[in-house]
Design a protein around this ligand. Structure first.
Ligand code: NAG
Ligand code: NAG
Ligand code: NAG
Ligand code: NAG
Ligand code: NAG
Ligand code: NAG
Length: 332
């Protein structure tokens, strides 16, 4: 039997009319959590994605697949929504009304959260993994510079009274920072130059060497984090990331890639030799706490592809969108 085109259209319009818009909940952040949960949703036009902001200070900001950690021109943005660690109820909410079935890419604009994998998508189809990878690889404030392809050049450059300390990160068959600990003065800079494989320089604490200080801080400190810096095996130019040294307080860093930290891939500035917090002690603690190699958990806040929960899965076709940030009761 055959339907004419118009009878099929009539049938479809009958079926399609009374679809009720759904509210789709998404949790943003939380104590020690740098992600959106779930990581993606499928939604119909008219559905409302309800972002509930939990701990720390996050955003839901629209970006693009090409530039995952940059606000899209004309895109929606919740703005920063700070939530204190002590809040247990009445979390602030922001809503986005889905326009059509095209993918909508979202990231957290706080510090390096996006590069740490704090991204979310509506109707990503099969592009979610690519979006997450592009975010992780986008490297924050890093800039690409080149250095000699062979031999690792000078380790420091001094201009006036301040010094730029150059640290080579990784390299073919190398799981370390070189040098792995330095003494630096106020006003100095440290430039990490990322070599082969896919490493980070992520700030941690002496007590918890393999977790980002952003996750462990009880005061809301946002740690420094280069984000992942993938470098091809045949690369001859290397991305760099520079930090400023503001005082001589020790700074602790690790590579958040897989089991690298547990293998001793850590770095320190101004660790005090001979104290109870020497570089050696820091490295030993990293290997002791995370050195089993077997079951290293997710790399510090990077969401696993399977993190989507019991999300309502629906799909449909489109209209026009609206973003309403409703920040009630910020109980700070
Ligand atoms: C939230 O983060 C933004 C951007 O880093 C910052 O300007 C703002 O002061 C923070 N708010 C609180 C309460 O920490
Ligand atoms: C770099 O590592 C991160 C974390 O394991 C991963 O998500 C990303 O896809 C990697 N990038 C490349 C280009 O391999
Ligand atoms: C590196 O190898 C890839 C293929 O594996 C190739 O596409 C690329 O052009 C090479 N780059 C350089 C700088 O040789
Ligand atoms: C030093 O201060 C600058 C400017 O406030 C900041 O961007 C940088 O991250 C600070 N460095 C460290 C190691 O905290
Ligand atoms: C780096 O750490 C090692 C071992 O703790 C120590 O012997 C060395 O003096 C340190 N170097 C600097 C520059 O602090
Ligand atoms: C390191 O170990 C701590 C627990 O001691 C765990 O919470 C953290 O996720 C581990 N980090 C990595 C990168 O495996």
């Amino acid at each position: 039997m055959m339907f004419t085109l118009s009878s099929v259209a009539a049938l479809l319009s009958l079926v399609a009319i009374p679809v009720r818009a759904a509210n789709i909940p998404v949790t943003v952040g939380g104590v020690g959590i740098l992600k959106y949960d779930p990581a993606s949703v499928t939604a119909n036009p008219g559905d409302v994605v309800v972002f509930t902001f939990k701990q720390k200070n996050h955003t839901a900001t629209q970006s693009t697949l090409a530039n995952p950690c940059t606000k899209a021109a004309g895109g929606f943005d919740s703005g920063f929504i700070p939530v204190a660690d002590t809040v247990t109820a009445g979390f602030p909410v922001a809503q986005y009304t889905v326009v059509d079935t095209n993918p909508v890419y979202v990231y957290c604009a706080q510090a390096n959260h996006c590069q740490s994998g704090m991204v979310f998508a509506i109707n990503p189809g099969n592009t979610l993994a690519a979006f997450q990878a592009a975010a992780a690889a986008s490297g924050g404030a890093a800039s690409g510079t080149s250095s000699a392809a062979y031999g690792y050049p000078t380790s420091t450059t001094t201009s006036g009274s301040t010094t730029d300390h150059k640290i080579i990160v990784g390299g073919t068959g190398v799981l370390s920072y070189s040098p792995s600990n330095i003494t630096a003065q106020q006003g100095d800079t440290v430039t990490f130059e990322f070599h082969q494989k896919n490493h980070t320089a992520t700030q941690s604490t002496f007590a918890d060497p393999c977790r980002s200080v952003t996750l462990t801080s009880t005061t809301g400190q946002i740690g420094l984090d280069s984000g992942f810096m993938p470098v091809a095996a045949n690369a001859t130019t290397f991305p760099t990331w520079t930090i400023q040294i503001n005082d001589t307080t020790p700074l602790w860093f690790y590579c958040k890639q897989a089991t690298h930290c547990g293998s001793g891939m850590v770095f320190a500035v101004n660790a005090v030799e001979g104290s109870s917090k020497s570089f050696e002690d820091f490295q030993a603690l990293a290997m002791q706490l995370n050195g089993t190699g077997a079951s290293s958990s997710s790399s510090a806040g990077y969401p696993s592809a399977s993190s989507s929960g019991a999300t309502k899965m629906t799909s449909g076709a489109g209209i026009a969108g609206l973003f309403i940030a409703v920040a009630f009761g910020l109980f700070l």
